[in-house]
Design a protein. Structure first.
Lengths: 240, 449
């Protein structure tokens, strides 16, 4: 028999380390939703819950990403310390939502882009710190495109410019399916943050992108965020 | 305390969602753990009761530490609670640490023999595939139900004795329980066809089924009723895409008949050690692939891609449609018992849709076995991204004429290789099959090495 056919050993092959793992592990698909109007917080909560539930029940069902703005509100995580609310909860100037995410109290308002990602980390990497760092990198990459240097602070989660925090992160996860995500201050009114100790960090100074780029709007940043999320998590947007 | 990330050393318990004494269902969230700015709902592995909370909400615990105890029956709660304050390895049996976000099950090692008996006697929620098959063939007035059906029945308060089974040989399926309760929802589980390859001598009843045409065959499966059109589910769509893609691959087929008497003898010897026929076939294929790297290779736009491992995927049908191919990694280098254990675990988790992508998509060669249905031969469609797939039929007694002219009855198995001709040529496929046949016919004992 013709021995030549078998003379190529695995080691000598030109692509011997080629990863043959098909599509799924490399890229996955997700719906992208960018509501034009400002979204009441509770609506976004329901949207995420629905996608998370179906992903838990059916791992092959679609993932989803939202980029949106909320009406002014505060949200606290399950482990949050209520001391960081500098007012009595019942007398809150704004609605307060207790939600299933990590981290302390935060504040949403128009002019801040909120990104929600319902991803099945089993398709990406089952590692929550990896995921948090990747979310930070999504924001840092966007800032980089805008010519702003975004930084991490060791031991903390979020993205800082100079000494001001511009991006916050908080997620919840169930059977490796995530919900919630990040917020990025673009040209919002930061005054609401004075009513709380944001992220439970005393002394933290908040910033927004318009501090560095006067006149920048949410609609300028959204397309960059959309691409950054897509690239970072190797997503294909599903047709809607 | 489960590990939520590779770098996590400890986690903070944010909240217990259950109180001691509460019943917990498999997959139900029991507590919330926070690490950094991420919250994770931690779920129970099994049905049972939260006996005690060792680490209260607000406290932090190192990864792997016992944080609570779950027991299977109400009776065990008190005993587990008595043991709870000292969760040292002596008092609580530490199960293998897992990075999955589920509660580390700790079964209190209870001293009272009564409780022990209860623990042992309580039904295992997931039955290994072969035992399901055996149970169903031994069904003499016993209730035979799928694990999923049993769980649903207990959840919904349905007495299985009153449910008529629509599955193979009257096995009660999840749907039967639901329709008994008036809830016709399709529930995924894995069909019988994923059963490890059975050689006829080991499954005499199957042999009867496949050979004796006097018996009425089990009715075929359908996803819809007459006149209906049922939308493809996600898994079926995925299979459809792969199958259509395979039309772009120039395939050829080459077949071989393999005598299995030696393999059967060997199987009988190793079966008591828990070795399954799937493991034997995967190992035989793995070892042969190691000597025929071309058959393990695949087409890529850059050229012939030689994978760094030999990963044998085995096709498994899903009851609600579609199929999945759990992968036995490094089949050439892994021992038979490890392969058998891995396979049982993969099938169990496939049934629960808990497989990770690399566990079903990293195959470099695929095995498809319909032998358990008595099929003598068939041909398989090549999964994209791989070079070849082997279709395995049943091992059936045949009259064999040997070279010296003598005639004997031997058991023979037909295999059929489908291969991508851009990578694997006819001679490659033929030599691979010849080598595989030689190994199975003459040297099955080498599989255990």
């Amino acid at each position: 028999m013709n021995k030549k056919l078998h003379s190529v050993s695995p080691e000598s092959g030109p692509n011997s380390n080629l990863d043959l793992t098909p599509q799924l592990a490399q890229s996955s698909s997700a719906f992208l939703f960018e509501p034009k109007n400002i979204v009441p917080f509770e609506n976004a909560l329901v949207w995420q819950k629905n996608f998370q539930k179906s992903l838990i029940e059916e791992p092959f069902s679609p993932q989803a990403v939202w980029l949106l703005e909320h009406f002014p509100c505060f949200t606290i995580g399950r482990g949050s310390d209520k001391k960081n609310l500098l007012f009595e909860e019942k007398k809150s100037p704004l609605p307060v939502f207790s939600i299933e995410r990590g981290g302390e109290v935060t504040h949403h308002m128009p002019g801040q882009i909120v990104g929600y990602l319902v991803l099945n980390l089993s398709l990406h990497k089952k590692d929550l710190s990896w995921y948090l760092r990747e979310l930070e990198q999504v924001l840092i990459d966007v800032l980089d495109l805008l010519g702003i240097e975004g930084e991490r602070v060791v031991g903390l989660t979020g993205v800082w410019c100079e000494d001001k925090k511009v991006g916050s992160i908080g997620i919840g996860c169930k059977r490796w399916v995530t919900q919630h995500g990040f917020s990025l201050n673009v040209d919002c009114d930061l005054i609401g943050f004075e009513k709380i100790i944001p992220c439970g960090l005393d002394q933290v100074k908040l910033g927004k992108l318009s501090d560095w780029i006067p006149g920048i709007k949410v609609c300028d940043v959204k397309p960059l965020l959309r691409e950054s999320v897509k690239r970072r998590f190797k997503l294909n947007w599903e047709n809607i | 305390m489960p590990a939520l990330s590779s770098t996590m050393t400890e986690g903070k318990i944010v909240e217990w969602l259950k109180k001691p004494g509460d019943a917990v269902e498999r997959g139900e969230s029991v507590l919330v753990v926070e690490s950094d700015k991420a919250d994770m709902d931690v779920e129970s592995f099994q049905d049972g009761f939260l006996a005690s909370i060792v680490m209260p909400a607000g406290s932090s615990a190192p990864v792997g530490e016992t944080i609570g105890l779950i027991v299977e029956t109400v009776d065990e709660i008190a005993a587990a609670q008595a043991n709870a304050p000292s969760p040292s390895p002596q008092s609580a049996r530490q199960e293998k640490e897992s990075s999955s976000p589920q509660v580390q099950e700790k079964q209190a090692s209870v001293d009272s023999p009564k409780a022990k008996v209860i623990t042992k006697a309580s039904p295992t929620p997931l039955v290994s595939d072969s035992s399901v098959n055996q149970a169903q063939f031994l069904n003499d007035g016993r209730i035979v139900a799928s694990p999923r059906a049993k769980k649903l029945a207990s959840q919904m308060g349905v007495d299985l004795a009153t449910v008529r089974g629509s599955g193979p040989h009257g096995r009660i399926q999840a749907e039967d329980v639901q329709s008994a309760k008036g809830q016709p929802i399709s529930v995924p589980w894995i069909a019988e066809s994923n059963a490890p390859a059975k050689i006829v001598s080991d499954m005499p009843r199957i042999k009867e089924k496949s050979v004796d045409s006097g018996k009425p065959p089990a009715s075929g499966k359908s996803f819809g009723s007459r006149g209906e059109t049922i939308a493809f589910n996600t898994l079926q769509q995925a299979v459809n895409r792969n199958m259509e893609e395979s039309l772009n691959t120039p395939c050829f087929r080459v077949g071989y008949s393999i005598l299995t008497d030696e393999l059967d003898d060997f199987y009988k010897q190793v079966k008591p050690n828990g070795v399954t026929m799937t493991a034997l076939l995967a190992k035989a294929v793995g070892l042969t692939l190691a000597r025929h790297p071309q058959v393990n290779a695949a087409f890529s736009s850059e050229g012939i891609a030689y994978p760094s491992q030999i990963n044998v995927a085995v096709a498994v049908a899903m009851e609600d449609g579609g199929l999945i191919t759990p992968v036995l990694q490094n089949a050439d280098k892994t021992s038979l018992s490890d392969l058998s254990l891995q396979w049982a675990d993969l099938v169990k988790r496939a049934r629960n849709k808990q497989l990770e992508p690399q566990e079903y998509s990293s195959g470099t060669f695929t095995l498809s076995n319909l032998g358990m249905f008595g099929v003598d031969r068939f041909d398989a469609i090549l999964p994209p991204g791989t070079g070849a797939i082997l279709a395995v039929g049943a091992s059936l007694p045949k009259v064999i004429a040997s070279k010296d002219g003598s005639i004997s009855i031997k058991k023979q198995l037909q295999v059929n290789l489908t291969a991508d001709h851009r990578v694997i040529y006819g001679a490659d496929g033929a030599l691979f099959l010849k080598d595989l046949a030689y190994l199975i016919e003459n040297n099955p004992y080498s599989l255990s090495s």
